[in-house]
Design a protein. Structure first.
Length: 131
């Protein structure tokens, strides 16, 4: 089981099993531990159990607005947050984008997840960071 206490770990809320497998493979290729949660309860438990470097959240998931609100107050409060959506859902998810440090598309994950993770973590220490 991946170690979500690693300072490099990615804790991801990805309900889609197929897509989470793709993200896991990318993380493995770049040497980042990857911990996935498919439900809100699982995400909160895994966030409380360790301190990952970053959260990756599917903004197209059902009830994600409430999840984001609880993340801001729960064990994951203060962690860098990389949200993702699809091109088709960009406008629909736009009201959630300000709650994230950065929002990308699924295509961006496939083409440059390592760079996106680094930008969010680095951006936290620079101007304009959410935290």
């Amino acid at each position: 089981m991946p170690d979500d206490r690693s300072p490099e770990a990615v804790l991801a809320f990805i309900p889609d099993l197929f897509f989470s497998t793709k993200v896991e493979a990318i993380c493995a290729a770049i040497g980042r531990p990857f911990v996935v949660a498919r439900t809100e309860a699982d995400l909160m438990a895994k966030a409380a159990a360790g301190r990952p470097a970053i959260l990756l959240v599917d903004l197209t998931a059902p009830a994600v607005e409430g999840l984001l609100a609880r993340l801001e107050k729960g064990p994951a409060a203060g962690l860098p947050l990389l949200g993702y959506t699809t091109h088709a859902d960009w406008k629909r998810t736009k009201p959630l984008h300000d709650r994230c440090d950065r929002v990308i598309t699924k295509d961006d994950i496939a083409t440059d997840l390592p760079g996106e993770l680094d930008r969010v973590v680095r951006g936290r220490s620079g101007p304009g960071g959410r935290g």
